[in-house]
Design a protein around this ligand. Sequence first.
Ligand code: 13P
Length: 253
Amino acid sequence: MRRPFVAGNWKMHNTLAEARALAKAVWNGLRGKNRVDVALCPPFTALTTVAEAIKESPVKLGGQNCYFEPKGAFTGEISAPMLADAGCACVIIGHSERRQVFGETGELLHKKVRAALQAGLDVIYCVGETLEEREAGRTEAVVARHLDEVLAGDIPPARLTIAYEPVWAIGTGRTATPEQAQEVHAFIRPRLAQVFGLDAAAAMRIQYGGSVKPNNAAGLMACPDIDGALVGGACLVAADFLAIIAAAADSVS
Ligand code: 13P
């Protein structure tokens, strides 16, 4: 049985005061409940504030991105060792907003994944197709390409989570149905098995992301290959994020 993993991607939201209040509210809501791994991924400016707010808790801190060089003249960038130093346990790599808005390529993401692992960070690696790609029947080809960009036997599988985030479902309120999501997750797992072997692939968590809300989380989390969520908008409201975590917990009870 895989332990669900729910991560909140705060994207470019929250002042320090808001970050502190949200992190504390999540931690307070989780006390005494430990059936789900939970991570908060605030913007860089709030990392240490959130680290402080959750320091006595099992909640993990994550970055939303990092550069692959450890240090140097890279104005505006943050390195993986810097994230680790700020208290991060994990980092999101390859989010579709990084691919689309910032032009990140597979070659770059390959380097970022290795740099993050090297720095001791676990990786949440995002894959997913656009609406145009889905409608052209290319969902599996796109997801396979995203996986192939970074997967190789040098990655410790236990430190990698895959997040399937169909681009058309992100921030649109149009979530994938449980059947649509499960279909892609069930495509991803055997591809992980090709690289890491059946047992390792069976133990890896594959999150779903894209308009996950309290009212649709239970249906998604009940799918056999959906092992948690990467949550955007709904993670900015503690009660909503906690409800999604509860749905993930219920899916394994
Ligand atoms: P929404 O939950 O706002 O659709 O965002 C999903 C996402 O991009 C998480 O990384």
